[in-house]
Design a protein around this ligand. Structure first.
Ligand code: GTP
Ligand code: MG
Length: 348
């Protein structure tokens, strides 16, 4: 009898995931939050939930914002959220209910915000500051804010973030912003998944353009020089321009440089225009689909890697893997044949 108990629990959990879909699609905030948690924690039913939600996605514009700690990313996200909440969405896909379940009384963009890795050693307790700053948005049914602090969860951080964005997209969110600190490979992977990648730099602070991770410089579709109220904005602009002259992009786009003072709301309209310009360029050149396909190729590789690894783990168990690792360390086995053997085994 006790044998059946876990199965029963699992099934009822999976059913409850299926029951999330309709309320989530009609703007039930609790269903949205539960769906995100399910996906984030890889709780039972997570993949079936994503399978069911996927057909409802593909409508949201996704912006990735990254930059050094303290560059003003959250302040900029906050300002952009205000900007889009005042901007009419020409292609609304959502129902008349907002992200907080209450009706949205306008035809403007609804906005989802994902703040990734707020607990990194660089940012400390910054999320609290973000919360306070964002508080006035909480009464707006057109804005949903979620922070993700899970590092090293099953599936990489980039994949989990992308899956959370999928849930938001399916919930009828028109525009999603992902904020992440641009210091590691994870962050590069996260912003690469966005439709538009925005790199935020600041004058001074010893944070020369050269010190920003090269991978991020290359994937930036738009450069923002925030804190332009400080001295040195021109210097940063010159540095970006000289780097740009070294490498031409495959898509022929020259990323514009937008100066902002996020704390005063200056330059936000210009940034909104630059984002729209890039999207218009992509669609004019018929590049939107190929860019999306490139992103999906990265994602599929990552999903496949996760799935294979998971299969290997279940088949061999962590204990066995540890034993095999010891054998390799003791030179009793060679790792190359071992991996080949495991891969063959998984394929069966
Ligand atoms: N002078 C000036 N200060 C700014 C500007 N934009 C943001 N700030 C301030 O810079 C500090 C950091 O801003 P945040 O928006 O928290 O920066 P962040 O990049 O999100 O920081 P982390 O998430 O901790 O990496 C805050 O005190 C802001 O008020 C600006 O344009 N000029
Ligand atoms: Mg922040």
């Amino acid at each position: 009898m006790s044998f059946f108990l876990p199965c029963f629990t699992l099934n009822s959990l999976e059913n409850s995931c299926a029951n999330l879909i309709d309320p989530l699609r009609s703007g039930d905030i609790r269903a949205l939050s539960r769906a995100i948690s399910t996906v984030e924690n890889r709780a039972p039913g997570w993949s079936d939930l994503l399978k069911a939600l996927f057909p409802h996605t593909g409508h949201a514009r996704i912006l990735g914002l990254t930059g050094a700690p303290g560059a003003g990313k959250s302040t900029l996200v906050d300002q952009l959220a205000r900007f889009y909440r005042k901007t009419k969405n020409p292609h609304p896909s959502r129902t008349e209910r907002g992200l907080s379940g209450a009706p949205v009384s306008d035809e403007n963009y609804t906005v989802g915000i994902i703040a990734v890795d707020p607990t990194s050693p660089y940012t400390g307790g910054a999320i609290l500051g973000d919360r306070i700053r964002m508080q006035e948005h909480f009464s707006d049914p057109g804005i949903y804010i979620r922070s993700m602090a899970t590092r090293g969860s099953l599936g990489g951080l980039a994949r989990t973030t992308a899956d959370v964005a999928t849930v938001l997209d399916a919930s009828g969110c028109d525009l999603i912003m992902i904020e992440t600190v641009g210091v590691g490979q994870d962050e590069v992977d996260i912003v690469r998944l966005a439709g538009v990648t925005i790199l935020i730099l600041v004058p001074g602070m010893g944070d020369d353009v050269q010190t920003i991770k090269a991978g991020i410089m290359e994937i930036a579709d738009i450069f923002v020089i925030n804190k332009s109220d400080r001295d040195g904005a021109e210097h940063v602009e010159k540095e970006i321009r000289s780097l740009q002259s070294l490498a031409l992009r495959r898509d022929g786009w020259t990323p514009p440089i937008v100066k902002t003072i996020a704390s005063e709301g200056t330059g936000i309209d210009g940034l909104g225009a630059a984002i729209a310009d890039y999207e218009a360029y992509l669609s004019k050149k018929n590049l939107a689909l190929s860019k999306s396909a490139e992103n999906w190729q990265e994602r599929l590789v990552e999903m496949l890697r996760d799935a294979m690894l998971e299969k290997a783990r279940t088949q061999f168990g962590d204990g066995n893997l540890a034993r095999l690792a010891s054998e390799v360390a003791e030179h009793k086995r060679d790792p190359y044949s071992l991996v080949e053997e495991i891969a063959q085994h998984i394929g069966k």
